[in-house]
Design a protein around this ligand. Structure first.
Ligand SMILES: Nc1nc2c(c(=O)[nH]1)N[C@H]1C(S)=C(S)[C@@H](COP(=O)(O)OP(=O)(O)OC[C@H]3O[C@@H](n4cnc5c(N)ncnc54)[C@H](O)[C@@H]3O)O[C@H]1N2
Ligand code: MOO
Ligand SMILES: [Mg+2]
Length: 418
């Protein structure tokens, strides 16, 4: 008798995966390699920024008290002590009725408390500057610590390093930074019908697109890929390869062979390995046969062979595990409200994750199915940047309906949205 699988709701399936202990490792990397990696330590201001009071303009540093009576009718002449360029410091004190010529970014002379822009001055004679108005204490100064105070946490652990974060790392002298290690995700495709990408088609065969698609998804999710090749539908070979693969990777993805066919051997492989099968049927389309097993702290994602089902299974179940291993407290896809841009009339008892294209139209998010919509579809995946979530039930949906969409190509993440 064929085993009857019991479908569980998507939220419960995700919960079963995420409730396992998911640990992360960290490593030190060079700042030049930091873009896109995830901080494993808080980025703290190790000194004030700016580190000293400095001039924001090319001009003159003055003592404001000297300028109190300066006006158009009563211009004030100050003797210029020296020129201080950025990187230099004053070499002589600025005494009463003196000013120092100073350039943008240069450290303020200790005795001065205001800066006058070059454009507001004239030079009645060499070595003398003239102003026609008064200045207040603090005018035109970039104050020590105005940008960041020492000890402030500027970027929290778990954040993805962007160019701005890199600027801060450099500012505070982090030549190396502690980041989450990228989990290594192995990809093993199963199926006797599979050809290599460079092989010509033959009757009954297709090229192995899932493995490279999954590899791209793994990279998009922030992890490292280990391509483990493809296998024919042979139980012994599948068992041996999966077993060996587990020694080489943090997470293992297989594609195909998880349904109930005569050559779907993954269920038997999990059983032989003694792995705990968290679920083998999810109330969703596509990807209902997605199976997740767990063995000695390692996840085995048995993604469907059907390309669209494989794609969706990865984004719902594998991505959050990768994100959690990268230290992300909100590891799930962000889900937003959108307006359905086209009819989708075919009802389904299971929740549908329709591959869609979302864009901002007239100030609101609109999402339409991105093409051919079967679980086996590959052609609609290129235009996919979201999954349109259509709840299961007896009715279809029409253009203009309010729907939820899970966004795939944003750096945003969310807490449990299902
Ligand atoms: N009697 C039933 N049959 C099927 C059921 C079911 O519940 N009862 N479920 C269907 C659903 S839903 C799906 S999804 C598929 C899942 O099948 P498997 O995950 O076991 O995958 P395979 O049988 O190995 O292949 C399915 C399909 O995908 C193509 N494929 C496989 N690998 C790749 C690859 N690497 N690149 C591109 N395409 C691939 C394969 O040729 C098949 O066409 O089962 C249904 N059947
Ligand atoms: O698992 Mo299948 O993808 O539901 O269509
Ligand atoms: Mg099958």
């Amino acid at each position: 008798m064929l085993e009857q699988r019991k479908p569980i709701p998507v939220a419960e399936a995700v919960q079963r995966v995420m409730s396992k202990e998911i640990t992360s490792k960290t490593e030190h990397i060079h700042i030049e390699d930091a873009l896109g990696r995830t901080l494993a330590e808080d980025l703290t201001a190790t000194h004030p920024v700016p580190p000293f009071d400095r001039s924001p303009y090319d001009g003159f540093a003055v003592r404001s008290a000297d300028t109190v009576h300066a006006s158009r009718e009563n211009p004030l002449d100050l003797r210029v002590t020296e020129t201080i360029g950025a990187g230099a410091v004053q070499s002589v004190p600025v005494l009463e009725n003196e000013a120092a010529r100073i350039m943008t970014g240069a450290m303020m002379p200790a005795e001065c408390d205001a800066v006058v822009m070059l454009e507001l001055t004239s030079e009645p004679e060499p070595g003398v500057m003239r102003i026609k108005r008064s200045f207040n204490k603090g005018d035109n100064i970039s104050f020590k610590g105005e940008d960041a105070q020492e000890g402030t946490v500027l970027v929290e652990k778990g954040s993805v390093i962007n160019p701005g974060t890199v600027a801060l790392l450099a500012t505070f002298g982090y030549e190396t930074v502690r980041v989450a290690s990228k989990p290594v995700v192995g990809v093993l495709a199963t199926g006797s019908e599979l050809l290599e990408v460079n092989e010509p088609l033959e009757p009954g065969k297709i090229r192995n697109s899932n493995a490279l698609m999954a590899a791209a998804q793994i990279k998009r999710a922030g992890a490292e890929v280990k391509m483990l090749g493809k296998l024919t539908d042979d139980l012994e070979a599948c068992y041996q390869s999966v077993k060996e693969a587990l020694n080489e990777v943090d997470i293992l993805i297989t594609t195909g062979g998880v349904s109930v066919g005569d050559f779907d051997f993954l269920p038997e492989v999990y059983s032989r390995l003694g792995a705990e099968v968290l679920f083998n049927k999810v109330a969703m389309r596509p990807g209902s046969v997605t199976t997740v097993a767990h063995l000695n702290g390692q996840f085995l994602f048995g993604l469907s062979g059907n390309p669209s089902a494989c794609y969706v299974g990865f984004e719902l179940f594998t991505r959050p595990v990768i994100q959690r291993m990268l230290g992300n407290e909100k590891p799930h896809l962000p889900v937003e409200d959108a307006v359905l841009g086209a009819d989708f009339t075919k009802p389904n008892p299971f929740t549908r994750f329709v591959r869609g294209t979302a864009s901002i139209k007239h100030g609101r998010l609109e999402a339409s199915p991105s093409g051919f919509n079967k679980s086996s579809a590959v052609s609609s995946l290129a235009a996919t940047n979201c999954l349109i979530i259509l709840p299961g039930g007896t009715r279809g949906f029409t253009a203009g309906d309010q729907v939820k969409v899970a966004l795939l190509e944003t750096a945003e993440s969310s807490g449990m949205p299902w």
